[in-house]
Design a protein around this ligand. Structure first.
Ligand SMILES: [Zn+2]
Length: 212
């Protein structure tokens, strides 16, 4: 069986790697990246989603805004070339490449409250809690976390507008690239959800590569 490191490099990057690591299943990360650098997610075991939020590194009040991003891209299912915009409608990240095009752009993420309402179980691990932990050192708390962009997530909307979360179609080594359009603070929750199919019922590690 190939190692996680082999799978991380299954698809070579078109540039110089600045940093790479693997976020454990149910884990999280926060870090800064420079304008022009590319953030690559690598789904090392398949069927796993990372919830991504970002902030202008020079003004942390300028957060990712998925509502603006939907309106300006005029799309619900984002594709290469689409841009993630801030609350001030400035470009934050551009989708530059992927081996699996699926993503979730509507914004809301799993939280203690959503899990309790949907599944009747209190105090479950969740993305909002993960991001509050990751971004705590920058002064963020649970209520400050903006809506996220989620590569690899598989959500189907039928003709009646009913939304259903499905298992991702990502296989080991699938990647998703986003280029920073300004200096950014990034927050990632490697989604710990195991009560719906969004991670194939089984949270697994997520590779991260920063390259330029
Ligand atoms: Zn989640």
């Amino acid at each position: 069986m190939p190692s996680h490191s082999d799978i991380l490099h299954k698809h070579p990057v078109s540039g110089t790697i600045v940093e790479e690591w693997i976020i454990p299943a149910r884990g999280y990360a926060a870090f800064q990246m420079k304008k022009g650098q590319v953030l690559r997610f690598v789904d090392v075991e398949g069927k796993q989603v990372p919830d991504l939020v970002c902030f202008n590194a020079e003004d942390l009040g300028e957060a990712i805004n998925m509502g603006n991003s939907l309106l300006i891209n005029k799309r619900r299912e984002f594709i290469k070339g689409n841009v993630i915009y801030s609350i001030r409608c400035r470009p934050m990240m551009t989708i530059t490449d992927y081996s699996n095009a699926l993503s979730y752009s509507y914004g809301p993420m799993c939280s203690e409250e959503v899990n309790r309402i949907r599944y009747g179980v209190p105090n479950t691990p969740n993305c909002r809690g993960n991001l509050a932990m990751a971004l705590g050192p920058w002064g963020f708390n649970y209520r400050d976390i903006p809506n996220a962009f989620v590569p690899f997530m598989n959500v189907e909307v039928d003709g009646n507008g009913t939304m259903e979360i499905r298992e991702p179609t990502s296989v080991p080594g699938d990647y998703y690239d986003l280029r920073a359009e300004m200096d950014l603070l990034i927050g990632i929750s490697n989604c710990p959800q195991e009560r719906n199919p969004c991670n194939g019922w089984n949270p697994t590690p997520m590779g991260v590569i920063i390259y330029q």
